[in-house]
Design a protein around this ligand. Structure first.
Ligand code: AIR
Ligand code: ASP
Length: 356
C-alpha cells in the first residue's frame, strides 16, 4: 500500500493519505509527551507496541460488534485505517479512582468506583483539553444528541469488553481515553489508539503501574512497563503478528475471552467471593506501604471480578455491594499504610496521580 502525503501529525502518531480517499496510513512514533505537551521524551519501542496492541484490541472489539477504524496492520509501526473526521472529544471512562479524578474529587488513588464514570474533554491543546458536559457538547455543535448517545453507549461497551480482556491477562483497567471519528458514510467509528499511552493499566497482583504514568510521573521502568503489557498479549507471546495476522491473533484472544465469560457465569459464588476477599485482604493489610498498595489493587480486582460476575447475569446491587466492599478494603489498606487519614494516604503515595 502506497504512502501518500502527510495529512496530520499528532504527538504520538502521523497520518498519511493513500491512493484510496477512504483509507489512511497511521504511523506510530516513539515520541511521548505529557502535561499537555510541556514534558517531552521518547519511549524506545513504544510505537511498535502501541500499534500492535491497538490493532489487536480493535480487532477483538470489532469481533464483538464495535465498529472501529482498523483495516489491517502493514508493519510493526504502520497500519491501514479508514479515514475519519475525528470528533474533537476525549471520551474518558474510569473504573478506579486515579489521575485527574483523584485530584479533582479527593478520591484516593486506587479506590474502586461504584460504577464506571464517563467524562468528556474538548480535544484542544491550546485550551488544555477542558472537561465539558453533554449540554456543552450540544450547545457547541460538536455532535448531536443521537451521536452523543451512540458514543456514550460504545464507550461503556468498550469498557466492559476491555476490562474483561485485561483481567484475563492479570491487569486492572483503571481508566482510559477513547476518540471517535465520522467515516465518509456518516457512521461513527472508534478511532485513535488503545495502548498504555491511553489507558491506566495496573498489575492485578502487585498494583504495579504498567502504563504511561511511569513517564508522566518520572517513575522509571517506562520501557519495561510497555514490554510487560505487550508480552502478556497474544501478539507478544511469540507470534509475529505481521500484516494480516493481527485479526486471527485477536480472534484467538476473543476465543479466550469467551472462555472467561463462561467461567464468570459458572462461578455464581464469584460475587460473594469477591466481597469476602476484599474484606479479608483489608483485615490483613497491616503490613506497610507495599502490602497496602498490593491490597488496594487486589481489592479493586475483587470488585472488578465481582462486577464481571454480575454482568454475567447476576443482580447489579450485588455487584455494587461487592464494589463497595472492595472500596472499603482499599481504604482500610490506605489507612494501614500511613499515619495520614485515608484520602491523603492515597494521594501522597509516590505512585500518586499526575496530570496528563
Ligand atoms: N488520557 C487522557 N488524555 C490523554 C490520555 N492518554 C487518558 C489517560 C488516562 C485517562 O485518559 O491515559 O488513562 C484519564 O486521564 P486523567 O489524567 O484525566 O486522569
Ligand atoms: N495530554 C497529554 C499531552 O498533551 C498526553 C498524555 O499525558 O497522555 O502530552
Amino acid at each position: 500500500m502506497e504512502k501518500g502525503q502527510l495529512v496530520y501529525e499528532g504527538k504520538a502518531k502521523k497520518v498519511y493519505a493513500t491512493g484510496d480517499p477512504e483509507l489512511c496510513i497511521v504511523s506510530y512514533k516513539d515520541d511521548a509527551t505529557a502535561q499537555n505537551g510541556l514534558k517531552k521524551g521518547q519511549i524506545a519501542g513504544k510505537g511498535a507496541i502501541n500499534n500492535r496492541m491497538s490493532n489487536m484490541l480493535f480487532a477483538m472489539l470489532e469481533a464483538r460488534g464495535v465498529r472501529t477504524h482498523f483495516v489491517r496492520e502493514l508493519s510493526d509501526r504502520e497500519t491501514c485505517v479508514r479515514r475519519v473526521d475525528i470528533i474533537p472529544l476525549e471520551v474518558i471512562v474510569r473504573n478506579i479512582a486515579a489521575g485527574s479524578f483523584s485530584k479533582r474529587f479527593g478520591a484516593p488513588e486506587g479506590r474502586p468506583l461504584l460504577r464506571p464514570t464517563l467524562e468528556y474533554c474538548l480535544k484542544d491543546d491550546a485550551l488544555g483539553d477542558p472537561m465539558l458536559n453533554d449540554t456543552h457538547i450540544l450547545a457547541l455543535g460538536i455532535c448531536g444528541q443521537k451521536d452523543l448517545d451512540f458514543i456514550a453507549g460504545a464507550a461503556l461497551k468498550v469498557n466492559g469488553l476491555l476490562q474483561e480482556y485485561m483481567l484475563d491477562i492479570g491487569v486492572l483497567l483503571v481508566d482510559f481515553k477513547l476518540e471517535f471519528g465520522r467515516a465518509a458514510d456518516g457512521g461513527i467509528l472508534l478511532a485513535d489508539e488503545i495502548s498504555p499511552d491511553t489507558c491506566r493499566l495496573w498489575d492485578r497482583e502487585t498494583g504495579k503501574k504498567l502504563d504511561k504514568d511511569r513517564f508522566r510521573n518520572d517513575m522509571g521502568g517506562v520501557e519495561e512497563a510497555y514490554q510487560t503489557i505487550f508480552a502478556r498479549l497474544p501478539a507478544g507471546a511469540g507470534q509475529a503478528a505481521g500484516a494480516g495476522q493481527a485479526l486471527s491473533v485477536a480472534q484467538a484472544a476473543g476465543a479466550g475471552q469467551e472462555g472467561a465469560q463462561a467461567t464468570a457465569q459458572k462461578t455464581g459464588a464469584g460475587q460473594a467471593a469477591g466481597a469476602g476477599q476484599a474484606l479479608s485482604v483489608s483485615q490483613a493489610a497491616g503490613a506497610g506501604q507495599d502490602g497496602a498498595q498490593a491490597t488496594a489493587a487486589r481489592a479493586a480486582g475483587a470488585g472488578q471480578a465481582a462486577a464481571k460476575a454480575a454482568g454475567a447475569g447476576q443482580t447489579p446491587s450485588a455487584a455494587q455491594a461487592a464494589a463497595r466492599a472492595a472500596g472499603a478494603g482499599q481504604e482500610a489498606g490506605a489507612r494501614a499504610a500511613s499515619p495520614e487519614p485515608a484520602p491523603e494516604a492515597g494521594l501522597a503515595s509516590p505512585e500518586a496521580a499526575g496530570r496528563r
